[in-house]
Design a protein around this ligand. Sequence first.
Ligand code: UT7
Length: 338
Amino acid sequence: MSQTKPVYASFKSIGAYVPEKILSNADLEKMVDTTDEWIVKRTGISERRIAAEDEYTSDMGVKAAELAIERSGISKDEIDLVLCATVTPDYFNMPSTACIISDKLGIKNVQAFDISAACSGFVYLLSVAKAFIESGMKKNVLVVGAEKFSSIVDYTDRSTCILFGDGAGAAMLCATDKKEEGFIDLHASADGSYADFLVTPAPGSINPVSQKVIDEGLNFVQMKGNETFKLAVKTLTKDVKEILAKNEINADDIPHFIPHQANYRIIKAVGDALKMREDQVVVTVGKYGNTSAASIPMAINDIWESGRLQTGELMLLDTFGGGLTWASALLPFAGKSI
Ligand code: UT7
């Protein structure tokens, strides 16, 4: 009887892209009734990046993907699946942004599709890539988290416009027979009863494009900020405690805790609840704001490019977003150090 060898999914490389234009707190002071002091104190954010008018989600995704592909050592024609997580796709209905990214990269005739899980999108993507690879269906999966969040932000709403930014991150996930290069664990979940905490009411089947949508600004993101904040701290902390306990790993032994970058106060509260040291917790929210599905891969790229992330080191990812959705993952970085 022939026995198939187990296959594991390894996180081989990372890449990211941010647009040139910086939107600073001083700029926002001129647009809405806010102050740099309030924004920094309540969110930790000093600036965020804004894509050019003719720079689309797919363009940013392609730039991040090109770096991830080059750094993985895998050639484009070995890629057999392209996945994109975004809530700001090039087109809201079709085609998917993953299809456009594949085309712009010159990756032909492979399966490509988007997933929608808001800020949890990247870790959700990892779960899909992992399942495809471990089932033997695919070998080399390109995953992209990309957002042009500025396209759904109302720049007269001070409670949201201070938070979000644009950017993209990408990674290559590849099949390996080395168990030590694979995921230790991944957990993803959702609760749609909190759907109204973070919502973009239009366009969609409930609110197709109409004069009402334009007049009422239903195409912009709406958030119950304070309620979302409290639930984020509770859920992120619980999720991380569970994944660590299940795998009998101490928070102390995690060199890189990479939480979703929504608000520094959320990151600090979760880090403190887990008794993490400052050097374990990755923080990029100050310079990029909340880039939704791009936030975690952009943060991984940051520590990789600065030489902090080395081959074989453990990463603990933890995310939370619209849906509501949340997810955590425990995995080694299987790529080359810089
Ligand atoms: O990525 C998905 C997950 N997203 C999140 O996790 C976001 C979670 N939420 C947050 O980050 C925070 O709730 C915010 C930063 C959005 C708001 O901070 P907060 O400490 O929760 O403030 P709040 O909403 O309770 O508002 C407190 C006050 C209000 O004024 P009053 O009613 O007390 O007079 C707001 O109107 O702060 C006011 N406020 C502002 N003041 C100056 C709200 N936004 C601003 C602003 N500048 N930009």
